[in-house]
Design a binder for this molecule. Sequence first.
Ligand SMILES: [Ca+2]
Ligand SMILES: [Ca+2]
Length: 271
Amino acid sequence: MKKTLHYAFFVAGMASLPAMAHVGYGGRDFGTFDNTYAASTRLDQAVTGNYGWIDGTDADYGDSHKLRPYRFTLLEPTDVTLEFAQATSQVTDHLGNVSMSQVGLMPAFSLYQGLAHMAPVKADHDSAEISLANRPDNTEGSFRALTDWSIGNDPGDLNGIPIPPSLSFFKYIGHAYDGTGFGSDGAPDGKVSHTFSNLAAGDYSVFVGGADYFSQDITNPNLLTKYGVTGTLVAGVVPEPQTYAMLLAGLALMGVIIRRRYSGAPPAESA
Ligand SMILES: [Ca+2]
Ligand SMILES: [Ca+2]
């Protein structure tokens, strides 16, 4: 199985825009899983602002820069639990600057089938022409928290051969969010988790952002605060108690067999 490479996609300020990250999974690939029980944690990640996810639940969509995408791959159908929690985190930007991100995130996430474009083709972003053409006018960005959505890239080239822009498609599967709002997890404790049962094999993206809708008010002093987040994925089916019992009984039986086998002629002393 080919280990997934990590790519970071960043642009260094375009004309009038501040430096922004395009959609990319650098440092946020949980990995590849089958239905064997396994866990993966991604530390030292951060989102800007505390509203990115919930801003994608409204009629004018959301700005994907205010979320962070994670990815994982399933080789066969299995259960997946995702948890995202507020954290302090140490984040290195595309210029190599290190900063600490603070606690206080009200985390939220949506799970989708599909992946964004990755190197060597150009990364997706909200203001690509194909992204703008694919959504209504006067939208804040391409991100949608509660339904399928698309975002695309700029024209590129590979070894001199032009690569036309194209859209990435995210097929909505489900979501969860921290807090006390309608449909939230009802426990405003800075963390949220959800288990998705029997997900199909394939590639998945998880977009994580804040769930405090009113924190996008331009007078909010924390409008551009970087909030740390720790993401954990648990994949696979936890063995049921009776399976454990059978396993332990089997091991005990093996022990008895081995002891009997060697009872006549014990093996050389070993630690
Ligand atoms: Ca919005
Ligand atoms: Ca919670």
